[in-house]
Design a protein around this ligand. Sequence first.
Ligand SMILES: [Zn+2]
Length: 187
Amino acid sequence: MKCPFCNHEDTQVLDSRVLEDGDAIRRRRRCLSCDRRFTTYERAELMMPTVVKRDGSRMSFDPSRVRASMELALRKLTVPSQEVDAAIERIRESILLTGEREINTEEIGDRVLEELLKLDQVAYIRFASVYKSFNDIDEFVQAIHEMQRVIEANNGRAAKSSIEKKAVKKAAKKTTATTAEKNQRKK
Ligand SMILES: [Zn+2]
């Protein structure tokens, strides 16, 4: 780390401490050439992207808003709150992991839909009807078809992987059998 006073290349760290909230480290440094002292702060660059609303206005990401809209969609349904908490955490994490500076509300809505589909199909349709603001029955029907398509695609993947697992098991059995036969022959 360069000295900000004399530009000398080498500085000595006198003291490092993690700040109270744990998201930054403060270091006291001393320049080995001019002996002046200064402080540096080290922070992780991961930040929640700014949310861009449909009208172009910006706001910071607020998980309580996501929760409110999910709870509205889930009202009177019997989804345990820890499952809702876990879903919100997955949404927050997936947004953080984009590494983008900005995210629009539509993208967040898509992630909410994805999670609601895992929780409850009625909640999915409720959320989609508000968020995609259906204008007529056709759009409603379309949303249901879209949901069925996603469910079938997911089931297809699950079925395929279970077929693969069975094939692996079969192959494993065959190998075991062949080994057993060989052992038999040896005797
Ligand atoms: Zn210096």
